[in-house]
Design a protein around this ligand. Structure first.
Ligand code: XMP
Length: 509
């Protein structure tokens, strides 16, 4: 595998994604907390918001790793290599940010194999490498900077050290993946054999070894991650996996029945728990979004604990944690500041005194989908939009009642069905309907009405961190609006949300 040492760049995750796209396994570790195990075959040093000239620079002792295996430094990583070995890195008054062209390529090193002269690369740096240390040679430059790609001379270290000033991991570096492939496959000689089917085989074997004859309990949500986790655990231990799916009364219309049906088709040992009233009771009178999240999290733990107690032989709690959650908790910056507390059921494993098993810990979201496809998880679950744990409770602004939930479910179902029947559902990353706490005047027949409004939201995004609103055609919006107003009692107005994230968020609460 490839070890990626993170110096805190915003785009370190992208390095991992590009490496995985080459079917090579990699892991990200903080630059100051890692071990180079037997399985590590190459190291990549990431970029950083810091400067190597700064007092607060992030110091990595290169002599511990250089020479043992091939190394590629990106941006800060490259500057640190140059600085560490005595080259000159100079501060600059301005930041070179954006596209540049690789206009100079000196010689024919393996790192630039199949990379065109003039190839577009993406820069984001303040400092510049002015001169290389002894024993290093220049390979490429742009119009603006001489040192864009360099390497150690072949007799300098046992294994080569490369540096690139630009960011090959960003898609604006049009041949960036080729450069990473040159480094990993041609230079470090890694095999491109990390595929979904290999992951499935290895994970099933690992699960069997880890849990032995024990039973595992898993909470299912109807979402992709927990379902794929269930498919893997079930393939490994069959009916020793006990799945629990809680109807918290905050799901979409008919979702509980449909999802239970799919789970049964998958052959899972599944227990469906109807607990809507318990959640409505816990939510009574609560208006603040964080209070609602907490109440739902607590109610979920109570219900889950009660059900789990029926399986005293269970020693493990399965979880659908995926790699971005793991990286966030390891970040050199520490876990990022909480804007919304998304992880709603922390504390559950301790409470139940269970060990945790997380078969998807190493995967990005798109990889989870590929594994799910490999395991023949039903398409209606794999292609489902993300849906928040607290469900419709954070799409009903203000306090929650069973009536409001029903109203929103009806409106939302009309919206989603229309997106599905027109092919828009699969083009949108996430869509949902929000019940607003306002009443406005309308006219229905000869009657004056004074009823609620709903907002429709649809966004395109890669990972939910940033999002663009989706330009759904006016005609379709018009059709959905009339259908909702005509069919859903209590709604006389529909609006469309055209806010991007940031500064708005995807959910309204
Ligand atoms: P925001 O609203 O923060 O949403 O832009 C980003 C993504 O996270 C989902 N989300 C949640 N998921 N529990 C969850 O499991 C939550 O409390 C929660 N809040 C937001 C949201 O649906 C979107 O996909």
């Amino acid at each position: 595998m490839v070890l990626i040492l993170d110096f805190g760049s915003q785009v370190t995750q992208l390095i991992a994604r590009r490496v995985r796209e080459l079917n090579i396994y990699c892991e990200i570790k903080p630059y100051n907390d890692f071990v180079v195990g037997e399985d590590v075959e190459a190291i990549i040093l990431s970029g950083s918001p810091f400067s190597v000239l700064d007092e607060k620079r992030l110091y990595l002792e290169l002599s511990d790793i250089v020479g043992r295996l091939p190394i590629l430094g990106i941006c800060y990583g490259a500057q640190w290599i140059a600085h560490y070995y005595g080259g000159q890195v100079q501060a600059s008054d301005y930041r070179e940010y954006g596209k540049a062209k690789l206009t100079k390529i000196h010689g024919a090193d393996a790192i630039v194999k199949d990379i065109d002269l003039g190839s577009q690369v993406w820069m984001s740096h303040g400092d510049t490498i002015k001169s290389l240390p002894d024993g290093f040679e220049l390979i490429g430059g742009t119009e603006d900077i001489d040192v864009a790609i360099f390497r150690s001379q072949s007799d300098k270290f046992e294994k080569p050290v490369y540096g690139v000033q630009f960011h090959p991991e960003v898609t604006h570096s049009l041949q960036g993946s080729q450069l990473l492939k040159n480094f990993l496959v041609d230079i470090a000689q890694l095999k491109q054999d990390w595929t979904p089917s290999k992951f499935v085989q290895e994970t099933i074997a690992d699960i069997r070894q880890q849990v032995g004859e024990d039973e595992v309990i898993l909470g299912l949500s109807g979402g992709v991650d927990s379902t794929v986790a269930a498919a893997l655990l079930h393939a490994a231990i069959k009916d020793k996996l006990i799945c629990i799916f809680v109807d918290n009364g905050l799901l979409r219309k008919d979702e509980f029945e449909e999802v239970m049906h799919s789970y049964k088709d998958m052959g899972l040992h599944i227990i469906g728990v109807r607990a809507a009233d318990e959640f409505y009771e816990a939510l009574k009178g609560l208006k603040d979004p964080e209070d609602k999240r907490k109440a739902i999290g607590k109610a979920f733990i109570d219900v889950f604990e009660r059900e789990a107690k029926q399986f005293p032989n269970a020693k493990w709690l399965g979880q659908g944690t995926i790699y971005p959650d793991v990286i966030e908790s390891l970040s050199v910056h520490g876990p990022s500041a909480t804007i919304k507390s998304h992880h709603n059921v922390g504390g559950l494993p301790e409470k139940l005194d269970l060990k945790i098993i997380e078969p998807l810990r190493a995967l990005f979201k798109d990889e989870v989908r590929r594994v799910g496809k490999e395991m023949e998880v039903p398409a209606n679950i794999l292609n489902r939009h993300p849906f928040p744990g607290p469900g419709l409770a954070i799409r009903i602004l203000g306090d929650i009642t069973a009536d409001k939930v029903r109203t929103l479910q009806e409106a939302d179902s009309i919206y989603i069905e229309n997106l599905k029947s027109t092919g828009w559902y699969d083009k949108i990353w996430q869509a949902g309907t929000i019940l607003l706490p306002v009443e406005s005047v309308g006219v229905m027949g000869d009657e004056r009405t004074y009823e609620k409004a709903v907002a429709l939201r649809a966004v395109n995004s890669l990972d939910g961190m940033t999002a663009e609103w989706t330009p759904i055609p006016y005609e379709l919006l018009g059709k959905i609006s009339s259908e909702i107003i005509n069919k859903v009692k209590g709604i006389n107005r529909v609006v469309y949300d055209i806010s991007t994230k940031p500064p708005a968020t995807i959910e309204w609460e």
